[in-house]
Design a protein around this ligand. Structure first.
Ligand SMILES: [Zn+2]
Length: 270
């Protein structure tokens, strides 16, 4: 059982749906038949985080499918402010928008731009979201994983370089790929002590590090590197509504080929 989830629980927080009925005060653009995705998060609106507009990290957040029942049902009623219209995309791609937005948020936390060389640890769905967002924003991206299949997925998203850190010398390869400059942004999307520390080791002086991975145990650091390199270190969780809208634009632009992320379709069976 996932420790974040309270049970019993209906899952479903990566949502593709179709509008079948509207309430009284719903704006007219939410027409019946339109395809939508949903922000699965909630917030209190009163805490310090919420008052700064950082509602994604509200301590009172209850995510659909995690702390409240989710969308793995035939019909679900939701406030229209949580619902985002999407163009004519296949439903399996619409369902990718929410996890991609979590990676997008991480790139916003460290202000990734076309000037950056970004290293992403982990090519699971969240890491791939960070890769897609970084590439879309014009950065050069190096993807690191220990699974060649996942690295293939990163390549399909247009990543510039991939490194299998079990087969190749990570430091040497990065030195070579960046002509000795190193990377100035590291996005950690694994959650292991080793990758948490490597992020600090590998980032250049005046670099930025953002953690999305959830470490399951305490991590021990040589903190002198924080100071010596004057690293900006940030955490990142969930995503803001505006970021979900940006990801919808990215997917609709077809500049990033989201269909390449999907390995298999399964039917729901009893
Ligand atoms: Zn709050």
């Amino acid at each position: 059982q996932n420790q974040m989830v309270s049970y019993p629980r209906i899952p479903g927080h990566e949502i593709a749906g179709e509008i079948v009925q509207n309430g009284k005060n719903v704006p007219s653009e939410f027409q019946v038949g339109r395809l939508v995705t949903v922000s699965p998060y909630s917030f209190c609106g009163k805490c310090v985080a919420c008052q700064q507009g950082r509602v994604n990290c509200c301590p009172y957040n209850q995510t659909l499918g995690v702390q409240r029942d989710g969308a793995a049902v035939e019909f679900i009623a939701l406030p229209y402010k949580k619902v985002f219209l999407v163009g004519n995309l296949p439903e399996e791609q619409i369902a990718c928008i929410e996890p991609l937005s979590v990676g997008w948020h991480a790139t916003n936390r460290v202000q990734v731009s076309s000037k950056d060389i970004v290293l992403v640890f982990g090519c699971g769905m969240i890491g791939l979201g960070a890769i897609a967002a970084s590439g879309y924003k014009g950065a050069r991206v190096i993807a690191v994983d220990i699974n060649d299949l996942k690295l293939e997925k990163a390549k399909a998203l247009g990543v510039n370089y991939t490194i299998n850190s079990q087969k190749e010398d990570l430091e040497k390869k990065i030195f070579h790929l960046t002509s000795g400059q190193c990377v100035n942004v590291v996005i950690e999307a694994v959650g292991l002590s080793e990758t948490f520390k490597k992020a600090i080791d590998l980032v250049c002086f005046a670099g930025r590090v953002v953690y999305i991975g959830y470490a399951k145990e305490p991590v021990e650091y040589d903190t002198s590197l924080f100071v010596k390199k004057e690293i900006d270190i940030k955490g990142s969780r969930n995503a803001l509504d505006d970021e979900i809208k940006e990801v919808i634009k990215m997917v609709e632009s077809r500049k990033i080929k989201i269909e390449n992320l999907i390995t298999q379709n399964y039917l729901l069976k009893n």
